[in-house]
Ligand binder design. Structure first.
Ligand SMILES: [Zn+2]
Ligand SMILES: [Zn+2]
Length: 436
């Protein structure tokens, strides 16, 4: 413990760190310009061509080797700076099909083409523009301070996080074979409820695993006036939906978080016809592979047996498809979390480094930790909101706009400066100190 403490002292007093920190403040106007450029020019998942190029050319000009062909517009940028650990820092790049309604002078008016070919408004409603600005600021600060750390810096700019594809595509393209294998991987995500200037963390379970499931329930259709001549898939679906509610409440250990949500159900055409089939779309969330597998098995068992109990034959039991890839749970490595939270607290003060609850949303940064080469990962929250707005929302008992809301409006300057300084102290800690 004493040893760790003395190392933290050394980190906070390092002259290299101090000058890099000052550099972040003087360099801010350029980062602000970049943030607004990215904010006004958002691109949808798998379409991040221009965004990706802005980042690649910036890192190339800083002396990074840029590795492409990693699925969609993802690239990995490598800077070798002597013998030492390999630290990977990841940003995502994609925006959402949302029409911005913040009223900000630099609000997005961009449009894009969605997956089914329709023109849609596009907005950085998940703060990935903040992530990218922090990413570029971190690259600049670490290169500026390159005489004060040793090791290999790998900066990964990832496509298509919002659709859960980008990280999977990168690993299918062999990411960890094409870059020096990281000893640690870190990332941040903007938080819409936390004040800009603060950071949030959680050891262990941070974000959930996410599955999208398509379920087709079959029946035997007929006249609505003669239900006895049919097997009604609408009634069967209603039974299944209610039975699914007992998976979390009666089958999963109550100490294990889990969600089963039926988000869409479609069947039938008019009032007086019993249809042949009903389709449903579900989302399943949990924090462990065992619970995930248990939920999937229960849905198979319930849907099959409800159909059989209605007298349907074996060839009419429901068909279940799970979309590939799913998003694994994001589990923050305990030792890495504690190490980095230690330097965060030292740098920003305990009051600005907040332990946060886990959330049931997903993030495919999780995949960076669960390859055949296991890598300790740490993702943390970057406070994004104007502290005055957080205070007034608390006083009035109101909710601030969530991520993905058309009203999501981060306060850039304190959020970006805090994000870059946080990444900088984290990288300095990992590069300059052996594992405690
Ligand atoms: Zn998002
Ligand atoms: Zn996001």
């Amino acid at each position: 413990m004493l040893l760790i403490f003395s190392m933290l002292e050394a980190t906070s007093q390092s002259p290299g760190l101090k000058s890099a920190d000052d550099f972040i403040d003087t360099n801010y106007p350029s980062l602000d310009k970049l943030y607004k450029q990215l904010h006004q020019n958002p691109e949808l998942s798998l379409h991040e061509e221009k965004t990706s190029e802005i980042i690649a050319s910036e890192l190339k000009s800083l002396g990074f080797e840029v590795i492409r062909k990693l699925g969609a517009y993802s690239h990995a940028d490598i800077y070798k700076n002597g013998k030492g650990p390999t630290v990977l820092i990841r940003t995502d790049m994609d925006a959402l099909p949302v029409e911005e309604k913040t009223g900000l002078p630099y609000a997005s008016k961009a449009v894009g083409i969605n997956a089914i070919g329709n023109e849609v408004s596009v907005m950085h409603a998940c703060g990935h523009d903040l992530h990218m600005t922090v990413f570029v600021g971190t690259a600049r600060a670490l290169i500026k301070a390159k005489d004060h750390w040793k090791g290999t810096l790998v900066m990964v700019a990832q496509s298509a996080e919002e659709v859960g594809l980008g990280a999977d595509l990168m690993f299918k393209a062999g990411l960890y074979d094409k870059i020096p294998k990281p000893d640690y991987a870190i990332a941040l995500h903007a938080n819409p409820y936390l004040e800009a200037g603060k950071l949030g963390y959680r050891e262990g379970a941070f974000l959930a695993s996410v599955d999208m499931m398509d379920l087709t329930v079959f029946g035997e259709g007929g006249h609505g006036a003669a239900p006895h001549t049919t097997k009604d898939p609408i009634v069967l679906s209603a039974q299944m939906i209610l039975d699914f509610q007992t998976i979390v409440s009666r089958e999963i250990n109550p100490l294990e978080p889990a969600v089963v949500t039926v988000g869409s159900i479609h069947g039938g055409t008019v009032h007086n016809i019993i249809p042949d089939e009903v389709t449903m779309q579900l989302t399943l969330r949990s924090y462990s592979e065992d619970v995930r597998n248990q939920i999937i098995a229960s849905i198979h068992r319930i849907s099959k047996n409800v159909a059989l109990a209605a007298g349907l034959s074996n060839d009419k039991i429901p068909v279940i498809k799970i979309r590939d890839p799913y998003t694994p749970a994001t589990i923050n490595d305990a030792a890495l979390t504690n190490r980095i939270v230690g330097v965060f607290s030292k740098k920003f003060g305990n009051d600005n480094v907040i332990e946060m609850p886990p959330y049931m949303v997903g993030e495919d940064f999780s995949r960076f930790g669960v390859q055949s080469h296991k890598v300790p990962i740490f993702m943390f929250w970057l406070g994004a909101m104007d502290p005055a707005k957080v205070k007034s929302a608390k006083e009035k008992g109101e909710q601030l706009p969530s991520l993905h809301s058309p009203y999501f409006a981060p306060l850039p300057e304190p959020a970006i400066k805090t994000g870059v300084k946080a990444m900088l102290v984290a990288a300095f800690e990992l590069f300059n100190h052996q594992k405690p």
